[in-house]
Design a protein around this ligand. Structure first.
Ligand code: ADP
Length: 501
């Protein structure tokens, strides 16, 4: 070989060697990195590694497996110790699984779950072992390699879930509920047989539109409104009547909840429907009874009222006059309560009839303020805005609402404080707001304010029955208007209503 030829070959050889060295070092680096990642994964996943020589029965593992089996980290671990740590009543199952893999699984892959206990005083640990049995040339098991995972918490959570699912199943069966599961992404519904039965629709030709085919036409909007509201609040709740084929009317109540993913995207609505006809009938009977009693009480109370007024005019003795004053006051309270009970019962029974007329709102506000003297309202009442508007409504009922708001504003405010009445029209509605500087209402109680019998102040000092706002709200709703409240504890409240123009 010539010298240049030799130098050329030498150079090429060196290059090749450098390249190989580089490749080997990069491979080594990759291997180190992979090993590191494997270590992190083992740590993060709370995994134990295992390697067992089935001939010597020696087990090689990381510290975690030794800890789980109650063997010192520096100590030796053998297969018999491991098997001894499996709960006795599960050893047969493990043996059976082992035999199955050896005889029927050519890959030697296995996956089994059982319970370990390091010593009788240690807590039990449910573990999942995944790995492979390696066979020698005679096809006899020679080695086992794999990982072990602690799944105790997963099992406990699963167990709790199964328990609560079972409880829910029992409650649904006991209450004879229908259930629905509405997928909000695809629009698909999973409805129970009982739900079809409650709405009296045929399962075969039903979809989300036909399911409500038998809902009373006057109540269909209630369901739609409730669904719209649920999109804001996440909670669905409505009560509707269903007309059955035999013309019988049944009341149904639906309660549901929207489930969203972590980004807030709504995924599904899950809920139950129950037949509440019996409860509705019982409520109705109770309301009828209350309406009857309060109606019967009204006549004698009115005549007592008249007699008291006559007596008041003919008596001069200051002691008797004082007594008469007390009796009159108490009698007025009973009369007010009787009126409120009668009104609320009639409303609940759907007997609130409106006698609509065109009238000027300003006149009604003035009248209510005039009445306020009789109602012992000792506050400065100031008007703002423009109430000189003609509206079509039941004048008596609207004045009842205004009087109630003024009387509450006074009742729940310090004597002499200012009450502001603001009226204005906007977007084809007239709005009236009554603002006081009184005790206000806790934010979390605000949603209950228009409910029947709700009294929100803890002190019993201020007399009332929790019916005035319920009645007012129902009157406004009947006019297709809306009532609302804004309040701050200790600062005051604004109660408002709107009526369509
Ligand atoms: P009540 O006869 O108890 O006043 P209402 O239905 O008129 O019945 O009011 C229901 C509850 O709402 C009251 O018991 C009170 O707790 C609260 N409330 C009503 N108006 C006001 C107000 N202006 N300020 C503070 N709380 C109020």
């Amino acid at each position: 070989m010539t010298l240049p030829g030799y130098i050329y070959r030498l150079k090429a050889g060196i290059k090749h060697y450098i390249l190989e060295a580089k490749q080997t070092s990069s491979l080594l680096n990759n291997l180190r990195e992979a090993n590191l990642k494997y270590g992190f994964a083992l740590d993060a996943g709370q995994l134990a590694t295992l390697e067992c020589d089935l001939i010597t029965r020696k087990v090689t593992s990381n510290a975690r497996l030794k800890e789980w089996l109650g063997v010192p980290v520096t100590g030796e671990l053998d297969l018999d110790t491991w098997v001894n740590r499996i709960l006795p009543d599960q050893r047969e199952y493990v043996q059976q699984k082992w035999n199955e893999v050896i005889t029927r699984e050519p890959s030697g892959n296995f996956d089994m779950t059982y319970t370990l206990q390091a010593t009788p005083i240690h807590k039990e640990r449910i573990v999942r072992v995944k790995g492979r049995i390696i066979f020698n040339e005679e096809h006899l098991p020679s080695r086992v390699t794999g990982i072990m995972e602690d799944v105790t918490e997963e099992y406990a959570a699963q167990h709790l879930l199964e328990e609560s699912e079972e409880r829910a199943r029992l409650a649904i069966a006991a209450g004879n509920f229908g259930t629905f599961d509405h997928n909000m992404l695809t629009g698909e519904n999973v409805l129970s047989d009982r739900l079809y039965e409650l709405f009296e629709v045929d399962k075969k030709d039903s979809n989300s539109n036909t399911i409500v085919a038998n809902v009373h036409p006057d109540d269909r909007h209630l369901r739609e409104e409730a669904w719209d509201k649920a999109m804001e609040t996440g909670i669905l709740c409505y009560e509707v009547r269903v007309i059955r084929k035999n013309h019988e009317i049944r009341w149904l109540r639906a309660d549901g909840k929207v489930y969203a993913d972590t980004s807030g995207k709504r995924l599904k609505m899950v809920g139950v429907v129950q037949d509440i006809t019996d409860k509705k009938l019982a409520d109705q009977q109770r309301e009828e009874y209350i309406a009857l009693v309060s109606h019967e009480l009204r006549n004698p109370l009115t005549s007592i009222n008249l007699s008291l007024a006559l007596l008041n005019d003919s008596v001069t003795d200051p002691f008797v006059l004082e007594l008469l004053g007390t009796i009159t006051q108490q009698q007025e309270r009973i009369l007010k309560m009787t009126d409120e009970l009668l009104n609320s019962s009639r409303i609940s029974l759907g007997l609130l009839e409106l006698k609509e007329d065109i009238f000027n709102l300003k006149d009604s506000l003035n009248k209510a303020v005039d009445l306020s003297t009789g109602l012992k309202i000792n506050n400065r009442i100031t008007f703002t805005g423009d109430a000189d508007i003609n509206i079509l409504a039941d004048r008596f009922r609207i004045e009842q609402v205004i009087t109630n708001l003024l009387s509450n504003a006074s009742k729940y405010s310090p004597a002499g404080s200012e009450i502001l009445v603001h009226a204005y029209s906007q977007d084809s509605f007239v709005h009236v707001e009554v603002t006081d500087k009184g005790i206000g209402i806790d934010e979390e109680k605000l949603s209950q304010v228009f409910k029947k019998f709700s009294r929100l102040q803890d002190e019993n000092k201020i007399k009332g029955y929790g019916l005035g706002l319920y009645i007012s709200d129902q009157i406004i709703q009947k006019h297709k208007g809306r009532m609302w409240v804004i309040s701050q504890k200790g600062k005051g409240s604004t109660f408002g209503f709107s009526l369509p123009l």
